[in-house]
Design a binder for this molecule. Structure first.
Ligand code: MN
Length: 312
């Protein structure tokens, strides 16, 4: 099945919706309409004006509408910096079948660390870019949740892991650095995804680099694991790899979901980050539930715990 994305004006989208009137289905979240004709599924996304055509010859259906709509053509940015280590990916990887892995929540006092690895095939790269998949740090929370749902609905293969606070705190107290936790999370997330896509072509695995590859290797070796030989490391990989960007979106969406769940059990809206506002929320939790409650909702070794204690 092929996929094709084009951008249209509001007027054209309204016209389309009328044209496909008899074929409308319940639209996915964020979509204006979704229609299923005999050969094509057409999904229009509101604010962006992007319309996704899926089917045997999606471009043929799209052509009916592309009169003066202006098909978007963006060239992927390619990092031109020279490699800093022998694990740098070849420039061709970003446009080939690859896995990208990223994490979220490491700098936030409240909430878990989440990691997500996503497998993207070469022919899906353009479409994911057009749908607005990019580094989660530049996307608003509401859009992150919608984009993450969109990726799941498109059946893009991925693995997601959540390191909940109790386990995080237990590992930290037993001497694990946050770096080791991240390395082990990426390692298991990637291996779980590799198990799901065994039959698919794979040109490489790209990890959004958070420590030197040597240190990463040391961390996973200390727990008896080895690096898949196709693995590459790169800082700011989400700017070059759509798979890493997609991983950053799903990981962040999972983090946001967890923050909502934890806010409910804490009885207060937990703030992201590690600022003074976070200290104030932690102080309130201590007053209302006792300090030991923080173990379930926070990374208690952060300086915020001491600051909050001082405010009670
Ligand atoms: Mn990252």
């Amino acid at each position: 099945m092929g996929q094709y994305v084009a951008v249209f004006s509001k007027e054209v989208i309204a016209e389309m919706k009328k044209h496909y009137e008899d074929y409308l289905e319940a639209p996915p979240p964020g979509a204006v309409f979704c229609a299923r004709t005999r050969h094509t599924v057409i999904t229009a996304y509101g604010k962006s004006g992007k319309v996704l055509f899926q089917g045997e010859h999606p471009e043929m259906e799209a052509e009916k509408w592309s009169g003066d709509s202006g098909i978007v053509e963006k060239k992927p940015k390619v990092n031109k910096k020279p490699p800093e280590h022998s694990f740098a990916p070849p420039g061709s990887l970003f446009n080939n079948n690859h896995i990208g892995s990223d994490e979220s929540g490491t700098g936030d006092y409240f909430g878990p660390i989440t990691t997500c690895a996503v497998y993207v095939q070469a022919e899906q790269i353009e479409i994911l870019r057009e749908l607005g998949i990019q580094d989660s740090k530049v996307i608003k929370d509401k859009c992150i949740v919608e984009l993450s749902q969109l990726l799941v609905e498109m059946n893009i293969p991925y693995s997601l892991m959540i390191l909940h606070n109790e386990k995080y705190n237990r590992l930290q107290q037993s001497g694990w650095s946050q770096g080791k936790m991240k390395a082990m999370l990426h390692d298991s997330t990637i291996k779980s995804l590799l198990g799901k896509i065994r039959a698919e072509p794979l040109d490489g695995i790209l990890i959004d680099q958070f420590c030197s590859p040597e240190i990463y290797l040391g961390h996973i070796a200390s727990e008896g694991s080895r690096l898949d030989t196709r693995t590459y490391f790169m800082t700011k990989a989400e700017n070059n790899s759509i798979a890493v960007a997609a991983g950053s979106v799903i990981a962040r969406a999972a983090f946001l979901r967890e923050m909502e769940r934890l806010s409910k059990i804490a009885g207060v809206t937990l703030k992201k980050g590690a600022s003074a506002k976070v200290d104030a929320v932690a102080a309130r939790v201590i007053r209302e539930k006792g300090e030991s409650f923080l173990n379930q909702i926070a990374k208690v070794h952060f300086a915020n715990t001491g600051k909050a204690r001082g405010m009670v």
